[in-house]
Design a protein around this ligand. Structure first.
Ligand code: AMP
Ligand code: GLY
Length: 421
């Protein structure tokens, strides 16, 4: 099977590493890829991800059988629709179903129509209405601007003053046509839960917990994710059963019934509350760095699974995960998620991977001759498998100690919840 992988992050490196182990793999290409992915796939960095014509041309020229889409932006832009029209199988939903991530409002309305547990909400296009709603409900309360805002469109206001100031800020920034969602605050522990969905069949893949804040003790600004581990102890078999039954399956059913079936990986961002699991948001892709820990734990061949999702032939048999725990620690350039420099040299990557169970996935790196240089905010995801979370963590931090990169930083407390710290 000839495969084209879209994306360039740590998530895509982990997917490439796992896919490349498949005996079914034929020619393997990535666009744009990264220096880690280049070990397994021919990378084309001259075609931008939003040039759908060029992507189709590449697929036809290289006789691609399956396109695996890593990030959400091309899906929300309709890359799956375009490829399917050309007869090319694609792992990732069409534009309509990708609205589960692209539009918070789409998801909230779907939840309401199908009684899927999520935070109660109101939607407003005027500042007065929004302020009145906030006054009425009080704090804590959550404000969300619709659309893809790279996670920055959410304000969790702990006081009434903060909430009212947030409403003013959203309307001041958004200008005409601004719409704001105001949500009930959900109290609990967050979990990322991943399911493969081929339109009809829903196959649980696994759970993980992410660390969104930049610094130890969950302090500092929100980021794309500073580390993850799997499994998430709070996500018990009973919670998984309830989430499938109350949240994920009704969502897949609703989309299939509306003639817009979801095909791809459905990432449910959940809050485990005292009443049970509630949906915070959906993403239509694997999480980053959650994907890295899931790929480390997965047994068996990923490629036929992704192909079965793409062609609507998923069988109802569980994805086998090793009972071991995996942890992924993000190494970022100092300054991230604010402004940061590029071009610093990273050493010790081979030494890091000599530690048993360790794999260093590249995210924002660039190769220059024999050197690997930092080229982004999140640069490496140092991922380790161990018999339990404590062992996995020790291995990951031992590996990090071997990486020579003074311009980088990482959190030292990834998986603190699982370790009861
Ligand atoms: P989102 O972009 O919807 O994932 O929101 C970003 C983060 O804000 C989530 O990961 C949660 O930590 C937090 N959050 C979002 N909605 C709520 C809510 N209704 N209650 C509590 N926290 C929330
Ligand atoms: N790690 C969170 C995300 O990928 O959205």
């Amino acid at each position: 099977m000839n495969v084209l992988l879209l994306g360039s992050g740590g998530r895509e490196h982990a997917l490439a590493w796992k896919l490349a182990q498949s005996p079914l793999m034929g020619a393997f290409f990535a666009l744009p890829g990264n220096p880690g992915i280049a070990e397994f796939a021919t990378c084309f960095d001259s075609v931008p991800l939003d040039d759908h014509d060029a992507i189709v041309t590449l697929c036809l020229a290289e006789k691609i059988d399956l396109v695996v889409v890593g990030p959400e932006a091309p899906l929300v832009d309709g890359i799956a629709d375009r490829l399917i029209n050309e007869g090319i199988a694609v792992f990732g939903p069409r534009r309509v179903a990708a609205q589960l991530e692209g539009s918070k409002l789409f998801t909230k309305e779907l939840c309401k129509a199908h009684a899927i547990p999520t935070a109660a909400f109101g939607r407003f296009t005027d500042v007065e209405g929004a302020r009145a709603f906030v006054q009425h409900h009080g704090a804590p309360i959550v404000l969300k601007a619709d659309g893809l805002m790279a996670g920055k469109g959410v304000i969790v206001a702990m006081t009434l003053e903060e909430a009212l100031a947030g409403v003013d800020e959203v309307f001041a920034m958004g200008g005409a046509g601004t719409e704001i969602l105001i949500e009930e605050f959900l109290d609990g522990e967050e979990v990322s839960f991943f399911c493969l969905v081929d339109g009809e069949t829903v196959l649980p893949f696994g759970s993980a917990q992410d660390h969104k804040r930049a610094f130890d003790n969950d302090e500092g600004p929100n980021t794309g994710g500073m580390g993850a581990y799997s499994p998430a102890p709070v996500f018990t078999a009973e919670m998984e059963r309830r989430t499938l039954h109350e949240i994920v399956k009704p969502t897949a059913r609703a989309l299939a019934d509306a003639a817009s079936p979801f095909r791809g990986v459905l990432f449910a961002g959940l809050m485990i509350t005292s009443e049970g699991p509630k949906l915070i948001e959906y993403n239509v892709r694997f999480g980053d760095p959650e994907c890295q820990v899931l790929m480390m734990r997965m047994e068996g061949d990923l490629l036929p699974l992704l192909a079965a999702v793409a062609t609507g032939r998923l069988e109802d048999q569980p994805v086998a995960l090793k009972p071991d725990a995996a942890i992924s620690v993000v190494m970022a350039t100092k300054g991230y998620p604010g402004p940061y420099g590029k071009g610093s040299r990273i050493g010790g990557l081979e030494a890091a991977e000599t530690i048993p169970g360790v794999k260093v996935f590249h995210a924002g790196t660039r190769r220059e001759g024999d050197s690997i240089l930092a080229h982004g905010g999140r640069v490496l995801t140092v991922t380790a498998l161990g018999g339990n979370v404590a062992e996995a963590r020790e291995r990951a931090y031992d590996a990090i100690a071997r990486i020579d990169w003074p311009e980088g930083f990482c959190r030292r407390d990834i998986a603190w919840r699982a370790l009861g710290e």
